[in-house]
Design a protein around this ligand. Sequence first.
Ligand SMILES: [Zn+2]
Ligand SMILES: [Zn+2]
Length: 265
Amino acid sequence: MSTILTDSHCHLNFEHLLNNLPQVLQNARENGVGYMLCVGVTIEKLPEVLALAHEHQNIFASVGVHPDEQKGHDPSVEELVQLAQDPCVVAIGETGLDYYRIKGDMTWQQDRFRRHIRAARLTQKPLIIHTREAAADTIRVLQEESAESAGGVMHCFTESWETARAALDLGFYISISGIVTFRNAESLRAVAVRIPADRLLIETDAPYLAPVPHRGKTNEPAYVRHVAEELAKIRGVSVDELARSTTDNFFALFKNARPESGAFA
Ligand SMILES: [Zn+2]
Ligand SMILES: [Zn+2]
């Protein structure tokens, strides 16, 4: 395998993937996927995420509470900072705003988002941002909280070029998921071709959002290859080049992640 792919956002501890982990990791390896970031969404399940990162040198972890999470523990800045001390933790998130799933007064979600940004600044670990139907508020909160001093990535990006531009102006990276392979995703492809090569990441968001030709099935890190192939095609570069730049970008952003720990360990 000449060039290593990196899945910058997946949920390996979710049921379907965790139950088949040896096969999932073998499939990743056979498709040249050397590194994975297993993203935390609750405090309750964080031990599962950390265990995966401790057991596998090529799996990294993040600490955060997803904006859609309403029942679980809502950590303070100090708790987030404390939990992020684990050396396997390379990022804070996923966090952000989601006005699609939950309606009403979203002050609580914005407060949680601000706490995550403060924890990222204190730990100097970058942010993983989830935004859905909340682009303007997401950018505004990032600006108000000086998120540029922590940096981060807009994950599973589906917003406009104006939103991408605003995030890039904050020094953020943009991560593209399997949605870019969907037939009706013309507007996302139009944005994806404009993202500077040194700010682009790729992800699966597995087990969700399986790319074509696996659409509707359980997604897994191996399928990040389809994301890379589609982006390479529309950007007019080789898959090797796309893999190389996105893996380099991953380690440039997530400075606590060490490539020398071994891609296929
Ligand atoms: Zn998300
Ligand atoms: Zn996610």
